[in-house]
Ligand binder design. Structure first.
Ligand code: GMT
Length: 374
């Protein structure tokens, strides 16, 4: 098939899923056309059957807010015609599905161009639920030719919050288990942890919803019991406050802020535990990537995380904000090798058996076929 994919190309779960999906589809022989304002971050150049079309947004003195949504719609229609796209697949409802709808309508007299919208989380729970975006988000869902969510939780929320009646297909996020794999020797851990302490890792876009400061508080509690070093991967508004807190708690020597990383699959296997203390996660992609690497997550019981992590088996789930409980779980994993090994194995097995890209990508292919033949 010829598939057009649009996503936020910067760091963030939805862009990562869209990019990995494009790569997997291209690997399976499809032609994939990314249409966005920048090259998606995890997209290395020169991959066969992957094309990138940049959206140029011209500005004029009259435009206080350059209309990206319209420039994107024009580009989508152009690419669809020029490269004979079978469908568009947009990730994150606002504004991508509205642009796709415009592109579809622009071409309607000449050809059919259905579009699938994948909802990822904050597009529904934060942005979509915001009064100013609520009506347009509902409209974009209703007008999509196909809608998928990354978890059952998000499907239920979408129906509950927006009252939409169209069918919503749950296709959970996936991980490439060949790329994300355990490295039991942890050869490079010393590079990140100069004192040789076991590593905790957190990966996110450092938005308030991630409760990044809890990671620093957890490290502080853990270090009262056992040595540990915290790797913070990513960047965003909470990074500064987290750095300040690390200094206030006098653990700054034991925290490394790595910033944005393009190849997290090289860093994650060096860690012993992943921290995911989020207020809300529709899915929790970082937890899945860690599980594939045999790194058990200590996460919060929120949103769709329990569809992925079985508490006490493939990781631990504790209440949001309960730093003491999360720290106690981390201490258990760092000090009990048997427990860590069992959980690490269960985490990897879960990734392999339920979330491997080889199982999930065909679900998208089948869904595309169904949407195109409607
Ligand atoms: O806040 C983020 O993590 C970014 C956000 C996004 O849309 O870029 O992530 C959402 O999509 C990810 C991929 O499907 C999910 O794994 C995250 O759980 C989800 N984030 C939230 O629901 C807060």
């Amino acid at each position: 098939m010829n598939v057009g994919i649009t996503c936020y190309p910067t760091y963030g779960g939805s862009g990562i899923v869209a990019t990995e999906l494009g790569l997997e589809l291209a690997n399976r022989g499809h032609n994939v056309h990314f249409i966005s304002y920048a090259n998606p971050i995890r997209l290395d150049p020169g991959i066969p059957r992957i094309h990138y079309h940049e959206v140029e947004v011209s500005t004029y003195p009259l435009f206080q807010f350059p209309p990206y949504c319209l420039a994107l719609a024009s580009r989508m229609a152009e690419v669809a015609e020029g490269y004979n796209l079978d469908l568009l697949h947009v990730h994150y409802a606002i504004p991508h599905s509205i642009s796709a709808m415009l592109a579809r309508d622009m071409l309607a007299a000449k050809r059919r161009l259905p579009f699938v919208t994948t909802l990822h989380g904050t597009d529904i729970t934060l942005v979509g639920a915001d009064r100013s975006y609520f009506p347009i988000t509902r409209f974009s869902i209703e007008r999509s030719d196909g809608v998928t969510t990354v978890s059952e939780y998000l499907r239920t929320q979408t129906v509950k919050v927006f009252g939409v009646t169209n069918e919503i297909r749950v296709i959970r996020n996936f991980v490439n288990c060949e790329m994300y794999r355990p490295e039991p020797e942890r050869h490079e851990a010393r590079y990140y942890s100069p004192l040789g302490d076991k590593l905790l890792i957190h990966i996110s876009n450092f938005r308030p919803v991630k409760r990044v400061l809890d990671c620093v508080r957890i490290l502080y509690e853990v270090r009262k019991e056992t040595p540990a070093h915290l790797l913070m991967v990513g960047d965003g508004p909470e990074r500064g406050p987290a750095e300040v807190l690390a200094r206030e708690l006098a653990v700054e020597k034991h925290v490394t802020f790595l910033g944005k990383q393009s190849h997290v699959e090289r860093v994650i296997p060096q860690a012993h535990v992943l921290l995911l203390p989020s207020e809300l996660e529709a899915f929790g992609l970082a937890a899945l990537e860690a599980m594939a690497c045999g790194v058990p997550p200590v996460a919060t019981r929120t949103g769709g995380v329990s569809e992925l992590v079985t508490d006490g088996v493939s990781g631990f789930l504790e209440p949001v904000g309960d730093v003491a409980a999360q720290a106690a779980r981390v201490v258990a994993l760092l000090t009990d090798d048997g427990l860590h090994q069992r959980m690490s194995q269960a985490a990897r097995e879960t990734a392999l058996e339920q979330f491997a890209s080889s199982q999930v990508i065909p679900m998208y292919e089948q869904y595309y076929e169904a949407v195109c033949s409607r």
